[in-house]
Structures are given as structure tokens and as C-alpha cells.
Design a protein around this ligand. Structure first.
Ligand code: MN3
Length: 238
């Protein structure tokens, strides 16, 4: 890995002074801090009233233009703050902004999915024609009816606010149904993990006891970057 971290930090510090006054000014300079994606509220392919009577127009309008918009704005804000932290080297709020990234990023991803997987009944909503997906549902759940019962039960039983989500598991090609409380638990959707460190105590306690930072410092010496690179390429091709 030949990232020139010293140059990167130097560049970041050099422009750090401007960051407190204008976030938008540095988001226009992606080469300085890494590109900042400007997340935007997706357009719906149907009108707010078009899902009536199943979902009412007022709910759709508030849900899309207010609630989803707040997630988009929150995600942009969180990612700007993390870029600012990289530039200044001040990671004192890393936990807060990481959580904000997950909360708003999760909301943005799931709502984008939600709008996309609905269509007015008059245009074919609710109809699953024979296809590879229909086959996969049958092979994963036994029948469409048993899939529908499990999905409905999972959605009904979500504790508090949340989602029921049908996932494709690449390892074995299975479809699985999971619940999400809120829209995240510090994680997010539509992303592929390519590097991870286990910081449960069982991963380091015998050698490092309670010194998690020693373990994290040591761990950087044993990363297989070729493997991470391979996962990155595989994820891009997905
Ligand atoms: Mn919602």
C-alpha cells in the first residue's frame, strides 16, 4: 500500500483552517480529503397518490419529502464531519459521527429500496410472474405462501420501529428474511464489508488484557492487503 499518508495529512492540515467556515468549499475539492458523495433524495417513479388506497398520498409525501430527506441531509452532514475529522486529526467525536453515518445511511439506503420496490397496483403491483426470483423464493422458503407468512410475521414482530428485509446471501445463493430494529445497529445497507477487526475481548485478552489499543496497533502489521484488494475487486463486480 503506497498511500502517501504523510502528504495526505499535511494537505488536510493545510486546509483545515477553512473547514470550520465552509463545508461546501472543501467538498468541491475531493482530491484533498477523499471524494465526498453528495447524497440526494431519489425521485419516485410514481406520484404520491398513485399507491392509493393501499398507502395514502399524504403519508407518501411526508415520508418521502420530509422523513427520507432528513436521512439524506443527515448522511451528508455526518460524512462531511468525518472528512473534517480526517483533515484536522480530531477524532474525538468519531463514535457520534459513525453512529450518525449508520443511522442516516441506513435510512437513506432502505428508503431508496422501499420506493423502488413498489408500483401502483394498476401497473402490475403485487404480481410475481414466473422468473428466477420466483424460483428462488420457492427453493428458499418452500412456497410463495410460506415466504409471505414468514415475511409478514417478521414485519409484525419487529420491536418498535424497523424493517423486515429479504436478503440475498451470496455464500449459498439463499434468500433469507431478517428484521432490522430502527434501520441499523451501527451498520448500514447496500455496502460490502472488505476489512474488519474483531474487537471483542476474546480476540485479544490473553496477550493484551484490557489494552485494546495495543491490539489494534499490532493488528495493522498482519493485514493481508492482497486479500482485501481481492474482496474490493469482487465487491465492485457484484
Ligand atoms: Mn420510513
Amino acid at each position: 500500500m503506497k498511500t502517501n499518508r504523510r502528504d495526505f495529512i499535511g494537505t488536510g492540515l493545510a486546509i483545515a483552517g477553512t473547514l470550520t467556515t465552509s463545508l461546501s468549499s472543501f467538498s468541491d475539492e475531493p482530491d484533498k480529503l477523499g471524494p465526498l458523495t453528495k447524497h440526494t433524495l431519489p425521485q419516485l417513479s410514481y406520484g404520491y397518490a398513485d399507491l392509493e388506497p393501499h398507502i395514502d398520498a399524504m403519508t407518501m409525501e411526508l415520508h418521502h419529502s420530509k422523513h427520507h430527506k432528513a436521512y439524506v441531509d443527515g448522511l451528508n452532514k455526518a460524512e462531511s464531519e468525518l472528512a473534517k475529522a480526517r483533515a484536522t486529526g480530531d477524532f474525538s467525536l468519531i463514535q457520534h459521527w459513525s453512529k450518525q453515518c449508520a443511522f442516516h445511511g441506513g435510512g437513506h439506503a432502505l428508503h431508496s429500496l422501499f420506493w423502488n420496490i413498489m408500483i401502483p397496483t394498476s401497473k402490475g403491483g403485487g404480481v410475481l410472474d414466473p422468473c428466477t426470483l420466483a424460483d428462488a423464493i420457492v427453493s428458499s422458503f418452500g412456497s410463495f405462501e410460506s415466504f409471505k407468512k414468514q415475511f409478514t410475521a417478521a414485519a409484525l414482530a419487529v420491536e418498535g420501529s424497523g424493517w423486515a428485509i429479504l436478503h440475498y446471501r451470496r455464500d449459498d445463493g439463499a434468500l433469507i428474511i431478517l428484521q432490522a430494529e430502527n434501520q441499523h445497529k451501527l451498520s448500514v445497507w447496500n455496502t460490502t464489508p472488505i476489512l474488519a477487526i474483531d474487537v471483542w475481548e476474546h480476540a485479544y485478552y490473553l496477550k493484551h488484557q484490557n489494552r485494546r489499543s495495543d491490539y489494534i496497533t499490532a493488528w495493522w502489521n498482519i493485514i493481508n492487503w492482497k486479500a482485501v484488494h481481492a474482496l474490493y475487486e469482487k465487491a465492485k463486480g457484484a
